[in-house]
Design a protein. Structure first.
Length: 372
């Protein structure tokens, strides 16, 4: 059958990723009415505690799909205009000509031209999101720093522009999504994390998804380990971390089961209207992290798998943890994957990440999971 799952094949492919160098990973794959959940490796390198498929996990930029959904629901109700200038809503944060030329849509699809603020709050990262000439020192310096959202936005807005607003190609920037969080607060009077929780997460019936309120991850979870392009050896545990540095851009905690439920409802038109989903699937070229070009929509992008089918989803990373969620356009096959090591690729002389066995193993698991 086209949609059938092979548990033995899925388990073997997941185990190969672990053998390639990921301490622990877990996933849920769905095909029609079939559901497979699996895990490989350990949740804690010190104790050897095994990883399980029901653990909570920092999902990074998958948060952006949730934030986008909250904004688009307000577009549907007429409280936000998608192609209105952001200066109409937030003149104090994006003033003058830039506020007049950057629209809400441009924030969501990263074509605003606004720079990434992270190198300005983490000085050792320098040219991030491009790997470039970076060091991981700032990650430890700010493990427990409580950052102010407005100050981070101001740093991104004040930085040299990385493009012309509305041009055909964008540059991925978390500054955009901090501004979307500020927009949610301005329009609703409710902090973005609270509004997204009430209007998207709870509406979708997600029981294990939420924004952290302190550096700990609530509930059962795995430790996550950062390699920072081979500069941290052995990989360091960053599972305890203050996530105020990303907020509505990448701070969400969830499970693979909740992520699959969310994307299944999203593609079925039960989170946002069909017209909003169509807008989410209109893509532009975006220069993303670590020198990659992706076709980015509104908080959603195509996940490429060999074969004729189209998949939509989003990936995410935090210091130490990675996530990928993808669903076929007809909703009949999907995957959510979480893994506990990040930035394992060493850099070449030009600062570009080099291939690693983990890359091939992850791609192989993705093909098995999504039927490619």
């Amino acid at each position: 059958m086209r949609n059938s799952l092979d548990p033995a094949q899925l388990n073997a492919a997941l185990e190969e990723v672990h053998r390639a160098g990921i301490p622990g990973l877990f996933a849920e794959v769905r095909a029609g009415d079939q559901v497979w959940r699996g895990a490989a490796g350990v949740a804690d390198l010190d104790t050897g505690r095994p990883v399980t498929a029901d653990l909570r996990h920092r999902v990074g930029s998958v948060t952006k799909t949730f934030t986008t959904a909250a904004v688009l629901r307000l577009v549907e109700s007429g409280e936000i205009e998608l192609d209105a200038p952001v200066g109409r809503y937030l003149p104090e944060l994006v003033p003058g000509e830039r506020g007049a030329s950057i629209t809400v849509r441009m924030l969501i699809n990263h074509t605003s031209g606004l720079a990434e603020y992270l190198p300005y709050i983490y000085p050792s990262l320098k040219g991030f999101p491009v790997a470039g000439d970076t060091r991981p020192d700032s990650l430890d310096d700010h493990r427990f720093t409580r950052f102010d959202t407005v100050e981070m936005i101001e740093k991104g807005v004040a930085a040299p522009a990385v493009g012309t607003p509305g041009s055909g190609q964008g540059v991925y920037s978390n500054t955009n999504y901090l501004l979307l969080g500020a927009l949610l607060l301005k329009v609703t009077g409710t902090p973005a994390e609270e509004y997204i929780t009430r209007d998207v997460i709870e509406r979708a019936g997600l029981r294990d998804t939420g924004f952290p309120t302190d550096p700990q991850i609530d509930g059962p979870h795995a430790r996550i380990y950062e390699s920072w392009f081979g500069m941290i050896e052995p990989a360091r545990d960053y599972s305890v971390y203050d996530m105020s540095f990303v907020g509505p851009a990448a701070a969400l905690v969830s499970t693979v089961a909740d992520l699959n439920r969310f994307f299944r409802l999203l593609l079925a038109g039960e989170i946002v209207a069909a017209s909003s989903l169509a807008e989410m699937q209109r893509t532009v070229r975006v220069f993303s992290q670590e020198s990659k070009i992706i076709d980015y929509g509104l908080g959603l992008y195509p996940v490429h798998v060999s074969g004729p089918n189209t998949f939509w989803g989003h990936g995410g990373s935090v210091w130490g943890g990675g996530t990928l969620a993808a669903i076929r356009a007809d909703g009949e096959r999907q995957m959510a994957l979480a893994f506990t090591r990040q930035r394992w690729n060493a850099l070449d002389a030009d600062g570009r990440p080099q291939p690693h066995p983990i890359d091939a193993a992850l791609a192989a698991f993705q093909r098995v999971a999504l039927g490619g």
